[in-house]
Write a protein that binds this ligand. Structure first.
Ligand code: UT7
Length: 321
C-alpha cells in the first residue's frame, strides 16, 4: 500500500509587519481596537510591487524542500493554490518550477479554490501519490491579496495580507493522510468574490475583493465544523484524537467558534492570524510551518487542517504528521 506523508514544511512572509496603527497612519478609517476585537489581527505583511505570488512561493518551497532533506529536482509534481496568480497564464506553478530550477519535467498546475485552495491541493496531491504515478509533490499556497483589495473599503482591506506556505508530500509505506473531504456550493458565490475580469485589453467589471462579512462568518463556522467532524468520522475518531487543529486563518472569532463546535480546546488550535492576517490559500501551510518550526507539532501527532473560501469551497484533511 502506498501512503502520502508530509516530509517537510516551509513558509515566507514578505518585508516587515504592518500594524493596525500603520493602516490608521495610511489614512484608513479604522482603529487597532476595532480590528483586534472583531478579528484578532494585529499585523499583516504586504509584498513590494516587484514581488509576485511565484516569488513568495519560491521562498516557502526552498524551505520546505530543504526541511524534507531533498533537492528541487526530486520533486515530480507541483501544485500551487492561489487566487492571485502572477498572470492569466502560464500557471504560477509552472513559473515556480522555473524559479526553483526544476528541469526534470515535473507536472505543474494551479488550483483555484480561494481560501480552501491548500486543502484542495493537498487532497489532489495525495491521490496522485497513492496512485503510484508520482512520488514527491510540492503543494504550495501563495497569495498577494494586497493587490486585489479596495483600500477605500475598510470592511475588507484591514483583513488580508500576503504570504506563502509549502509542504512536500512524499510516498511512504506508513500512513500520513488518513482522511479527506472536499466540498463546494457555487450558489453562494456573491458573498465573497472578485467579480471583474480582463477582456479586449480592459478590466471588465469590479477588480476588487467584495464580501458580505456576516454571511461569510456564519457560513464559515458551519462548514468548518461539519467538515472536520466528517473527516474524523471517516477515520472512526473523535475530537479527543486530534493533537492539533489548523483551521484557515481568517478571523480568531471564526476559529474559536469552530473549535468549540468540533469539541477541540483552544490549547490544541494553531492560531497565527494575529501575525499575518488572512492570507487566503497560504494561511494553513503558514500556520502549519510556524507550529512545526516552533516545536509544537511533532512527528506522529494527528492534525486536522481545514479551509473555507470563495465559491463557496470548503474541505478538511486528517493527517498523521
Ligand atoms: O477567508 C474568508 C474571508 N472572510 C472572512 O472570514 C470574514 C468573515 N467576517 C468577519 O470576519 C466579520 O464579519 C468582519 C470582521 C468582516 C466584520 O465584523 P462584523 O462584526 O460582522 O462587523 P460589521 O460588518 O457588522 O460592521 C460593524 C460596524 C459597522 O459600523 P455601523 O454600521 O455599526 O456603524 C461598520 O461600518 O463596524 C464598521 N466597520 C469598521 N469600523 C472600524 C467595518 N469595518 C471597520 C473597520 N474599522 N475596519
Amino acid at each position: 500500500m502506498i501512503y502520502a506523508r508530509i516530509a517537510g514544511t516551509g513558509s515566507f512572509l514578505p518585508g516587515e509587519p504592518v500594524t493596525n496603527d500603520d493602516l490608521v497612519a495610511r489614512g484608513i478609517e479604522t482603529s487597532d481596537q476595532w480590528i483586534v476585537d472583531r478579528t484578532g489581527i494585529r499585523t499583516r505583511y504586504l509584498a513590494p510591487p516587484e514581488m509576485a505570488s511565484s516569488d513568495l512561493a519560491r521562498e516557502a518551497s526552498v524551505r520546505a524542500i530543504e526541511a524534507a532533506g531533498l533537492a528541487p529536482d526530486d520533486i515530480d509534481l507541483i501544485i500551487v493554490a492561489t487566487s492571485t496568480p502572477d498572470c492569466i497564464f502560464p500557471s504560477t506553478a509552472a513559473l515556480l518550477q522555473s524559479k526553483l530550477g526544476i528541469r526534470n519535467g515535473a507536472a505543474a498546475f494551479d488550483v483555484q479554490a480561494v481560501c480552501s485552495g491548500f486543502v484542495y491541493g493537498l487532497t489532489i496531491a495525495e491521490k496522485f501519490i497513492r496512485s503510484g504515478s508520482h512520488k514527491r509533490a510540492l503543494v504550495v499556497g501563495a497569495e498577494v491579496f494586497s493587490r486585489i483589495l479596495d483600500w477605500s473599503d475598510r470592511g475588507t482591506c484591514v483583513l488580508f495580507g500576503d504570504g506563502a506556505g509549502a509542504v512536500v508530500l512524499e510516498a511512504s509505506d506508513t500512513p500520513g493522510v488518513l482522511a479527506g473531504a472536499l466540498h463546494a456550493d457555487g450558489s453562494h458565490h456573491p458573498i465573497l468574490c472578485v467579480p471583474g475580469n480582463v477582456a479586449a485589453g480592459q478590466v471588465v467589471g469590479d477588480p476588487f475583493l467584495r464580501m458580505d462579512g456576516q454571511a461569510v462568518f456564519k457560513f464559515a463556522v458551519k462548514v468548518l465544523g461539519d467538515v472536520a467532524l466528517e473527516v474524523l468520522g471517516q477515520a472512526g475518531l473523535g475530537a479527543d484524537a486530534v493533537d492539533w487543529l489548523i483551521p484557515h486563518q481568517a478571523n480568531v472569532r471564526i476559529i474559536q467558534a469552530t473549535a468549540k463546535r468540533i469539541g477541540v480546546p483552544m490549547e490544541k488550535v494553531i492560531t497565527t492570524v494575529d501575525r499575518h492576517g488572512n492570507t487566503s490559500a497560504a494561511s494553513i501551510p503558514l500556520a502549519l510551518d510556524l507550529a512545526v518550526r516552533d516545536g509544537r507539532i511533532r512527528p506522529g501527532q494527528r492534525l486536522v487542517v481545514e479551509g473555507v473560501g470563495g465559491g463557496f469551497t470548503w474541505g478538511a484533511v486528517l493527517l498523521q504528521f
